[in-house]
Design a protein around this ligand. Structure first.
Ligand SMILES: C[S@@+](CC[C@H](N)C(=O)[O-])C[C@H]1O[C@@H](n2cnc3c(N)ncnc32)[C@H](O)[C@@H]1O
Length: 274
């Protein structure tokens, strides 16, 4: 499994122990690094032995575990995923941590999950800041359908801000924007699971990876409330250029990082009292 979503380890009584051992052995033989954890997830998700065998086959054929079982466990929430949608990454826990702290600081905070994919980030932030009001948007119809599975209403389709209701202008307290940020020339270096099962548009950030990010920050001052923040994950090497873009848009810029998660988040804050 190439992405690092964590799964709870549970003992399931549905199958005898030998089934679990066989599943682990099959996954290990196919090169799965986290064979025990993955076997637990598959055994837990399968209704019977035939279903388990089919799921194990899909997994050993290279399909991401999350697509095989139909969900990803992310930051304490279970996110439904559909084929083609971006699978939430564990490193995005940093975005969720920062976003939920900002959302909790404002009563009834307006949170927008722009480029929402499955809606995982918005779902996790609102789980941690339940008084906030979430809106989400994505350009990809598959992502929008998936986000609606997870979030229900207030999921919009369109290019960045054009998808959002105009009444949100100047009212957004927390703008989560986990945009595509892989430089085009680096796409070929991504793990096969990402290259083969996620849409190009979910990954490709243009020549230096920051094309979509720059468009987001240029538009952010118009949509953020005074004191509101835009939060975007970037690579460590992109942080300097990302900060320059945030400052260029007239926002205060900060960088947060988490070495364990190998995550870097650029924070842009609109000046003015919250
Ligand atoms: C890296 S994925 C992140 C998905 C989700 N936020 C997450 O972290 O799991 C980027 C998402 O941005 C969407 N996207 C790319 N360009 C976009 C645009 N111009 N307008 C809206 N969404 C866009 C893609 O469809 C994809 O779902």
């Amino acid at each position: 499994m190439t992405n690092t979503t964590c799964y709870p380890v549970r003992v399931t009584p549905r199958f005898p122990g030998s089934v679990m051992a066989d599943t682990v052995a099959t996954l290990r033989a196919a090169g799965c690094v986290y064979a025990e954890d993955e076997a637990t997830v598959l055994v837990d998700a399968a209704a019977d032995r035939a279903m388990l065998a089919a799921m194990v086959r899909r997994r050993t054929d290279g399909e991401p575990l999350e697509l095989v079982v139909g969900y990803a466990d992310f930051c304490g929430v279970r996110v439904r995923v559909r084929p083609g949608v971006f699978i939430p990454r564990v490193r995005s826990e940093l975005l969720v941590r920062l976003g939920s702290a900002a959302a909790r600081a404002t009563p009834a905070a307006v949170v927008v999950d722009l480029c929402c994919g499955s809606g995982a980030l918005g779902m996790a932030v609102t789980a941690q800041a339940p008084q906030s009001v979430l809106y989400a948007a994505d350009r990809d119809p598959i992502a929008v359908a998936c986000a609606r599975d997870n979030l229900g209403s207030r999921v919009y389709q369109g290019d960045l801000y054009t998808a959002l209701p105009t009444r949100l202008r100047g009212r957004v307290d927390v703008l989560l924007a986990n945009v595509p940020y892989v430089a085009t020339e680096h796409l070929g270096l991504l793990p096969a699971e990402a290259r083969e099962y996620e849409s190009h548009a979910a990954l490709d950030g243009g020549a230096d990876g920051l094309d979509v990010f720059r468009r987001v920050v240029v538009g952010a001052p118009r949509w953020l409330a005074p004191g509101g923040v835009v939060l975007s994950e970037v690579s460590e090497s992109q942080a300097g250029a990302a900060v320059a873009a945030v400052r260029g848009a007239g926002l205060h810029a900060d960088v947060a990082s988490d070495d364990d998660l190998e995550a870097t988040v650029v924070v842009g804050r609109r000046y003015g009292a919250p």
